[in-house]
Design a protein around this ligand. Sequence first.
Ligand code: FE2
Ligand code: FE2
Length: 136
Amino acid sequence: MPILTWKTNYSVGVKKIDDEHKTLIDMINKAYDSIEAMREDEVLVELVEEMRNYAMTHFATEEMYMKHHKYPHAETHRKQHNEFMIKVASTDNLLSSNNTDIDPIKVFKYLADWLRNHILKTDKKFGAFLIEKGQE
Ligand SMILES: [Fe+2]
Ligand SMILES: [Fe+2]
């Protein structure tokens, strides 16, 4: 079962950002599926790494728009992205080192909650600003 599902109310109004959110959500679900299916740890590590790279690409997209349109809340928004990257990086490290203290299900619940909250609050606020600036 997916841990997170994109819904129309997740739309920030800018297609490229919405598409990237959908991909990121797919990646979280794919990784989560592999935990539920108890696949080998290497599979999960690989999926987390892919997700980590994609999150970086996605945050770069948003930060490019912030810069381009001189978004006044860029600093606080960027800080949230950095927090997510730190969490994903530490997850990646713990999984790669086969640390048994880590509960991947809990970690993924955290990541999915973070993403949902971030999209619904921070990204939607940013999206409204971009629409006002005429960004499609
Ligand atoms: Fe985003
Ligand atoms: Fe964001």
